[in-house]
Ligand binder design. Structure first.
Ligand SMILES: Nc1ncnc2c1ncn2[C@@H]1O[C@H](COP(=O)(O)OP(=O)(O)OP(=O)(O)O)[C@@H](O)[C@H]1O
Ligand SMILES: [Mg+2]
Length: 305
């Protein structure tokens, strides 16, 4: 496939007086894991429903893998985990997947094999004979994820996929997203949780009223490393030299922090400190958290309320 997996031009959606999505223009490349971030009510679910053709835009247009949104063909190769997955809960987990598989036009051994593989992948083999109505929140979410992946879609939309999941369930979802990425599947992830997307996404956008206010590529090449040092007494001269080696150098509760461009600089910093007679007790480098990045980029714009 050439061309973008998703592209939209000025999508807008009103509900009466309420402008849920003001002006959404975005492009997502094939194979990209794309995070669509924003606070509650930012228009994330509304945007996703427009992309899926579940609600019509008030104006604007878009394409999924080249096909105009709203057309049946645009949905055929797309998987979707809704925000509140609550389908036919009188069915057992296995029956629910059989039902959705047939809706996708699958049948026979191919469908049965796919279902068993997915039940195993989302850790529901033991509960496959149980009615979905007896499932816990996490189990319901996981059977929903299996449903979204049944027909091996090339583009998957996940609306708050880890809501209601415990840490093990969240890791399972993250691992599945990584596997999808390794297979070249495009993933569009809606979330209001920064920590959830920072571990999986290649790129994130931050939306307000369905308008993109910031865009960010993730990974160390993009934003460098956050270095934390536990040091003995630091002379004024050493402090000045330290500040010159990175950005945002500061001391907080006995720990020094600064932002470096990359790993090579960590060794430079330690060498410099030792040469100036500063005792180095601890060195820790980590990728800056998405929360740090957003606070740095958005600054005063991110006041609550
Ligand atoms: N069917 C509807 N009728 C009227 N207003 C709606 C409808 N759907 C959404 N809205 C409004 O549009 C705005 C955006 O809602 P949306 O569900 O897209 O937000 P969201 O970013 O997904 O939020 P959350 O993080 O809480 O899931 C909200 O103000 C909401 O009340
Ligand atoms: Mg939502």
């Amino acid at each position: 496939m050439t061309g973008p997996a998703i592209e939209t031009q000025s999508l807008r959606r009103r509900f009466g007086d309420k402008l849920a999505v003001a002006d959404l223009s975005l492009t997502v490349d094939p194979g990209e894991v794309f995070g669509f971030l924003g606070p509650n009510g930012a228009g994330k679910t509304t945007s996703l429903k427009m992309l899926l053709g579940l609600i019509a835009p008030t104006s604007g247009s878009g394409r999924l893998m080249g096909v105009p949104i709203g057309e049946r063909r645009a949905r055929e190769r797309v998987g979707f985990l809704p925000e509140h997955f609550r389908f036919q809960d009188w069915l057992t987990g296995r029956e629910l997947l059989q039902f959705h598989g047939r809706l996708f036009g699958m049948s026979g051994t191919a469908l049965e094999q796919r279902i068993e593989a997915l039940l195993a992948r989302v850790d529901l083999l033991d509960a496959a004979h149980q009615r979905v109505s007896t499932y816990s929140k996490g189990m319901t979410q996981r059977v929903g994820l299996a449903q979204a992946l049944l027909h091996s879609p090339r583009l998957v939309f996940l609306d708050e996929p880890t809501s209601g999941l415990d840490p093990i369930g969240r890791r399972l979802v993250r691992d599945i997203i990584r596997e999808l990425k390794a297979d070249g599947v495009t993933v569009f992830l809606n979330s209001h949780l920064l920590s959830e997307v920072e571990q999986t996404c290649d790129r994130v956008v931050f939306v307000k009223q369905g308008r993109i206010v910031r865009e960010m590529r993730l990974g160390s090449e993009a934003h460098g490393l956050e270095l934390e040092l536990r040091l003995g007494a630091v002379s004024e001269e050493a402090a000045i030299a330290l500040a010159a080696m990175g950005s945002g150098a500061r001391e907080e509760q006995g720990r020094w922090r600064l932002r470096l461009e990359g790993e090579a600089q960590v060794a430079d910093v330690v060498r410099m400190l030792v040469a100036r007679g500063v005792a180095v007790y601890g060195v820790r480098s980590s990728l800056p958290t998405l929360e740090q990045l957003f606070l740095e980029v958005l600054g005063d714009e991110v006041r609550p309320g």
